[in-house]
Write a protein of this length. Structure first.
Length: 287
């Protein structure tokens, strides 16, 4: 299945915040076809898929959040609407876009023969909108849930199992282009999560930023909030490592509504960037 079809498929699944398990069967279906892949569930609805690498290099993680904001006022278990007109998808695409891009990469991972071991991180509860506006639509009326809990739990699980990646690349969507096509890079997570970056973290992050500037000069360097902040915070404060956390984001507009729009060209661009990044084998010293 091509990348755009994967995004469309994920967008149809009603995996609203706290109901992310509705996407698990689709993820498992892809993972079971990948030789050597292993699947772990991290309570409650988080999933890690590990694909063994062919290179003896540091781990790389790619991530996306499973939850969608429920804009319908009621829980739905039927297929959600998605359309594709003139190269623009319309539907619940935050973060069906990121999940679809990662599933396409997972499905075709055999086409990247030279690669590190990859961790595919799929998190619950990235969104805060539904929790604030309609907690009754979440399990347990939203009690015990908070934004970023999935990324936090995954990061802590990676630490507990001694699998610290050199780089975490989160794929989400950005409203910064306000309706125009484009791709953004977020990399300075410490501006939002308020950690004090070490000299090594700054050097490692700069190396990744320079790789983007050299290979993808059209990518806009900006900053915003999503799970990449939590990965950056936990992995750099609860370990001695200098773990680069970035987000690669295609444009989305309108945003946080039932008819979000994402361009096909941006989906393909982010997918190509991600594949190139996985193969780049960047030397991140101290990571």
């Amino acid at each position: 299945m091509n990348i755009v079809k994967w995004v469309e498929t994920v967008a149809q699944v009603p995996s609203f915040s706290s109901h992310e398990e509705r996407l698990h069967p689709l993820l498992l279906k892809v993972a079971e076809k990948v030789p050597g892949a292993t699947v772990e569930f991290v309570p409650f609805n988080n999933m890690i898929i590990t694909v063994p690498g062919t290179l003896d290099t540091k781990l790389i993680a790619v991530s996306a959040h499973l939850d969608k904001i429920n804009h319908f006022g009621i829980d739905r278990t039927d297929s959600l609407p998605i359309s594709n007109v003139d190269g623009k998808l319309t539907g619940l695409l935050d973060d069906a876009t990121g999940v679809g891009i990662l599933l396409a990469l997972l499905e075709e991972i055999h086409n990247i023969p030279q690669r590190p071991t990859l961790l595919f991180l799929f998190s619950e509860m990235e969104e805060s909108t539904g929790l604030k506006q309609a907690p009754h639509l979440l399990k347990n009326n939203g009690e015990g849930y908070y934004s970023g809990m999935g990324a936090e739990r995954i990061a802590k699980h990676l630490i507990a199992t001694n699998r610290i990646p050199a780089l975490v690349a989160t794929i989400d969507t950005t409203p910064l282009f306000k309706g125009e096509a484009g791709v953004a890079l977020y990399s300075k997570h410490w501006e939002f999560n308020k950690i004090e970056p070490t000299e090594q973290l700054l050097k490692n992050t700069t190396a990744v930023e320079e790789w983007f500037t050299k290979n993808y000069p059209e990518v806009l360097h900006r900053n915003n909030t999503n799970d990449y902040l939590m990965y950056g915070k936990i992995l750099n404060t609860e370990t001695p490592q200098a773990v680069v956390s970035i987000a690669i984001e295609p444009s989305i507009f309108p945003y946080h509504c039932a008819e979000e729009g994402v361009f096909e060209r941006d989906i393909i661009a982010v997918s190509n960037i991600l594949r190139a990044l996985v193969q780049a084998n960047l030397s991140l010293r101290g990571a």
